[in-house]
Design a protein around this ligand. Structure first.
Ligand SMILES: [Zn+2]
Length: 706
């Protein structure tokens, strides 16, 4: 920490020299983001941080980072692990301190001022990182260390660090000759512009369609809250005495589930699946093919046969062939299950609407009837056992039984909102693992969904001391009402366990270097989170945490049975529509595409090849498959189920051992899956834990696909 103060003083001097401005200088020394966090655990002083602090703090941090990078790039000594790789990995510490606070606050407690700051900061930050990635002198030093790797005696962590950093640059084209680099820049610009246009078109298509209802009869079957939401939607558009349904999920899904009017269900579903292919100004067909052709050229330049290979090269799957093997092994059982669900629903339809044949727009509606008959999980009966505090205790108990860790409340740590709770997480040996912030309820400044993030990533300081992480889990769960505490649905309960699993991963992640400490492939990252969802539903754990909030009685077996039974509901449909989209994604990124490829013919070819049934549409069609427009999940839509195979198999290791909380297994899980990401990756890490590759059968069984 001492070094930080010295650096701040030197920065102050530089700042004064370059700006000759005392007011700005005052601002800087007052800026809580730039001075040592002098409170317990070095936690961020949320009570002092304001939106206005970020821009000047970023300005200082980016300049500091650039200076550090320049010093590495211009070093007169021959490139070595220490003066190049390690120095690069350590550079930008101040930025790494500000970044998580800034993005964390923008997710959990944003304000117009923060949003305004973000609009200024984010573009500058993006070009800051780009500038570093295109720094030729820096890359040529990294390249030299990488080339000489085999001659040196690096350990596992060092080797991986060199490879990761080298790859970050090489996958951006840094290793290509000048002329090709220029072409790649052009390609990247075209790719971004095309992706942006696809996204904008989709947004326009989402907003272009509304279903307006002016006859009350057409609302038959819909629950009251759905009807009033539709009335509000209409009112916001100045349509009185009407009801409006949109293509946003919370609007169209309940309509398809409950609306008795079949024609209107058809109209709404058709509008949803046809987004982006209406032959209007927002049509995405030709644009999408353009994107595929550009990605193909980019991948070939970087030495891959196609984009699928480029993406999977750094994933656990390693190659598209392995992804296909996996997708096909689930496809048959999923499709068979979907066919049997269809037949069960047809029987109900024969009773309700004799002579009619089930269509795609009937699926949600009849699935709902089937659910009521066979799988009904009455939320009102369930919730009293899952108070927010109970579910938190469930996670505390589980992590204690598995890993021996405990939790101490730390009310003295400042928070950004009074609802946030802070705990210190203490390891089995009494040492501190860091701080956990829990932020459970929705607020106007919070984005929707649930997530786990950090306010400080762990690191090792100059003296080799570990600085612990500060982890947060943020949710949007049911609020308490009157004298009733917050009572969670089953879905919210499993979400809590899910995010808690990510949090444990953050606490346990270890390793000497920043780049590799918690570096996990995208098809591996949901293993630590999803495995905890399995524990949540186990009788042995439920009896400990699911206690009625008034009587304190543990949840009865009959309700546990219902919870487990409901897990199989509609799984044929859910998996089939998902897999069809995942296969479509992989096909686009591995099969030969030319500028004349017709989107509709391509899709028809794919769905015919896999035998998709008419009653099910894929979860996304090409022209509205937003995951594929940007780099985030292009060729990577498979990752969700891939991780499902891992967590089902990993959990089965605990079940089969005869001890749900098997400490020995938990220690291995901690060592190889949660802590060891700096040394082992993907299947290597998994096999270290399990002794073998995962068996897909556990996933199939759990989803009712066997
Ligand atoms: Zn997750």
């Amino acid at each position: 920490m001492k070094k930080l103060i010295a650096f701040l003083m030197s920065m102050t001097i530089i700042f004064m020299m370059s700006n000759c401005s005392t007011t700005k200088d005052d601002k800087m020394t007052d800026n809580p983001l730039l001075i040592e966090f002098n409170i317990p655990f070095g936690a961020p002083p949320f009570d002092l941080i304001n939106a206005e602090h970020f821009e000047p703090a970023y300005e200082v941090a980016m300049q500091k980072h650039l200076d550090e990078i320049d010093a590495i790039a211009n070093n007169k000594e021959a490139p070595s692990f220490e003066n190049t790789i390690l120095a690069y990995d350590n550079a930008g510490r101040l930025l790494r301190r500000i970044n998580p606070i800034f993005s964390g606050l923008r997710g959990a407690e944003t304000t117009p001022e923060l949003q305004e700051a973000a609009q200024k900061i984010i573009p500058v930050l993006t070009s800051h990182y780009n500038e570093i990635r295109f720094n030729e002198a820096l890359f040529s030093r990294i390249q030299k260390v990488h080339q000489n790797m085999s001659l040196m005696d690096y350990d596992l962590e060092q080797t991986r660090l060199i490879e990761k950093i080298y790859n970050d640059f090489a996958r951006n084209g840094a290793a290509l000759p000048e002329e090709q680099r220029e072409r790649l820049k052009v390609l990247n610009e075209k790719i971004s512009a095309t992706a942006l246009k696809l996204t904008e078109n989709l947004l326009a298509e989402n907003n272009n369609f509304i279903l307006v209802i002016d006859n009350e009869k057409d609302l038959a079957g819909l629950p009251d809250d759905v009807i009033s939401a539709a009335a509000e939607e209409a009112a916001s558009r100045d349509m009185n005495n009407k009801w409006v349904f949109t293509l946003a999920k919370p609007s169209w899904t309940p309509f398809l589930q409950y609306a008795e009017n079949r024609e209107l269900r058809k109209k709404l579903l058709k509008a949803y699946v046809n987004r982006g292919e209406n032959d209007n100004e927002y049509d995405n067909k030709a644009l999408f093919v353009e994107l595929m052709v550009l990605r193909q050229e980019m991948s070939e330049m970087l030495g891959y046969n196609n984009f699928g290979e480029y993406f999977t090269a750094i994933q656990m799957a390693e190659h598209p062939d392995n992804v296909y093997d996996f997708l096909y092994s689930v496809w048959e059982p999923a499709l068979n299950r979907a066919k049997s669900e269809r037949d069960q629903m047809q029987k109900i339809m024969d009773r309700e609407e004799p002579g009619q044949k089930l269509k795609a727009w009937d699926w949600w509606y009849y699935a709902e009837l089937l659910r009521k008959e066979k799988y009904d999980l009455n939320e009102d009966q369930i919730r009293p056992y899952f108070s927010l505090d109970n579910v938190k205790m469930g996670n505390f108990i589980l992590s204690n039984k598995l890993f021996g860790i405990t939790y101490e409340p730390r009310p003295e740590v400042p928070v950004y909102h009074e609802e946030v709770e802070v705990y210190e997480v203490i390891d089995y040996d009494g040492s501190s693992l860091g701080l956990l912030y829990i932020d459970a309820h929705p607020r106007p400044g919070k984005r929707s969904g649930a997530w786990c993030g950090v306010y400080r990533t762990a690191y090792y300081d100059e003296d080799g001391q570990k600085v612990n992480p500060i982890v947060n889990i943020v949710m949007n769960f049911t609020r308490p009402t009157g004298d009733r505490p917050s009572l969670l649905s089953w879905d919210e309960t499993t979400t809590y366990f899910h995010e808690f699993g990510h949090a444990l991963h953050n606490f346990f992640a270890d390793g000497r270097y920043n780049r590799t400490r918690r570096d996990v492939p995208r098809d591996f990252v949901e293993l630590p989170s999803q495995i905890l969802e399995n524990f949540a539903a186990e009788t042995e754990l439920l009896k400990k945490y699911a206690l009625h909030y008034q009587t304190k009685e543990p949840i009865p077996n009959e309700l546990i049975e219902r919870i487990n039974n409901a897990a199989h509901f509609n799984q044929g449909f859910i998996n089939t529509e998902y897999l069809a989209a995942a296969i479509l994604d992989m096909d686009w990124h591995t099969l030969e595409i030319d500028p004349g490829t017709c989107v509709n013919e391509f899709e028809a070819m794919v769905f015919e090849r896999i035998g998709l049934i008419d009653e099910i549409y894929p979860r996304y069609r090409t022209t509205n498959f937003a995951h594929l427009f940007t780099y985030d999940y292009a060729a990577g839509y498979y990752v969700y189920r891939w991780a499902g195979v891992l967590d089902a198999d990993a959990f089965m290791a605990f079940k089969k051992s005869g001890d749900l909380f098997n400490r020995e297994l938990a220690n291995k899980f901690r060592k190889y899956i949660l802590a060891g990401n700096a040394r082992w990756e993907g299947m290597d890490a998994y096999k270290n834990f399990r002794g073998q590759e995962p068996d897909i059968n556990y996933f199939l069984e759990r989803s009712g696909l066997k």
